[in-house]
Design a protein around this ligand. Structure first.
Ligand code: PHE
Length: 339
């Protein structure tokens, strides 16, 4: 009896089946009521009492193993849809849940596309920066109060390691390594030590633009920005440039667009002025060019910088900047159509 069980054990280990029918035959042969293994239980009666316990256990192990092996063989054929095994291949598949792009990515891509059409390429720089690239090379004198325009997160002092407060640092990195003509935009994340509210966040995104060549004028700046505004907010959009101050541009300006919501008539988005501010800009200060070894007698250029959140808030009428960072799917789902 023990030998017989052992032999069967070996036998079932090597069973194979090429078709569902063959697998079913094996099941009938070994496991059905009159199959080889249940028959063993009949012989069991003849086993001497003192061996019954051991033999009984072995037969049970054999039966379980055979069951598992043969069921595995059968399973191979179960999902192939062959001979009505229960799978209907004409049924629609399970739908995969589609994600959506983050609104900031959508707006960033749109800005990049618009400037790409004007021949601007993209460059990026590090988020963790030094004082030289964020301030000194951009004409912020040491201890100058203009440094307080942007509250800085310092990581280390002496030498300074800090989180960049604007993407203007990438201007310096590009000018250090490239001679004009330069026509680039620099999208990226920036950090300011500011209290978080509906209108301000300590992390946000900017797109910087830099154009340096011979004979670049303020008129080129204005025309470039007008093109951008019309592409981004619609053909009817108008712009106005207000004098402003940045240490690295001279003259400097802030640009407003006619309010996208009321079209200039006055509403609470534009605080009844008809205009909303969207970016800072100006002609690159000759000091800044010289600092990066660009001949300021030969070359002139313009630069501009805008907040992506601000543009996205205007474009999609989002009232609270914090929504961009919470990643609530009920908010993000609304941008599905805008891939
Ligand atoms: N870096 C300025 C800011 O963050 C924006 C700016 C960029 C202004 C380029 C002029 C030229 O406010």
């Amino acid at each position: 009896m023990l030998d017989k069980i052992k032999a069967l054990h070996n036998e079932i280990k090597h069973l194979t089946a090429q078709t569902a029918d063959e697998a079913e035959h094996l099941r009938i042969k070994y496991l059905s009521k009159k199959g080889i293994i249940p028959e063993l239980f009949n012989d069991f009666k003849t086993v001497p009492n003192e061996q019954k316990r051991e033999v009984g256990q072995l037969i049970n192990v054999l039966k379980n193993e055979a069951h598992e092996l043969i069921m595995d063989l059968k399973e191979q054929f179960a999902n192939t849809g062959v001979k009505g095994t229960g799978t209907d291949l004409t049924l629609p598949g399970t739908l995969m849940k589609l994600g959506s792009r983050h609104p900031l990515s959508l707006v960033r891509n749109e800005i990049v596309d618009i400037f790409a059409r004007l021949g601007f390429n993209i460059a990026e720089g590090p988020e963790i920066e030094d004082d030289l690239h964020v301030f000194t090379a951009l004409n912020f004198p040491e201890e100058h109060p203009a440094r307080d325009m942007q509250d800085t997160f310092f990581i280390e002092k002496d030498p300074d390691v800090l989180l960049r407060t604007h993407t203007s640092s990438v201007q310096v990195r590009v000018m250090e390594n490239t001679q004009p003509p330069i026509r680039s935009i620099f999208p990226g994340r920036v950090f300011r030590n500011e209290a978080i509210s509906a209108r301000a966040h300590c992390i946000f995104h900017q797109v910087e633009g830099l154009y340096i060549d011979e004979n670049v004028s303020f008129a080129d700046l204005r025309q470039t920005l007008l093109y951008f505004a019309k592409e981004m907010f619609g053909e009817k959009t108008e712009i106005r440039l207000r004098p402003s101050y940045f240490p690295f541009t001279e003259p400097s300006a802030e640009m407003d667009i006619s309010c996208t919501l009321c079209g200039g008539k006055g509403c609470n988005v534009c605080k009844y002025t008809g205009w909303v501010e969207i970016l800072g800009c100006g002609m690159v200060d000759p000091h800044v060019l010289e600092y990066s070894n660009i001949d300021s007698e030969k070359y002139t250029g313009f630069a501009f910088g805008m907040g992506i959140e601000r543009i996205a808030m205007l474009k999609y009428q989002i009232k609270d900047i914090r929504l961009f960072f919470e990643n609530d799917v009920r908010f993000l789902d609304q941008f599905k159509a805008n891939i």
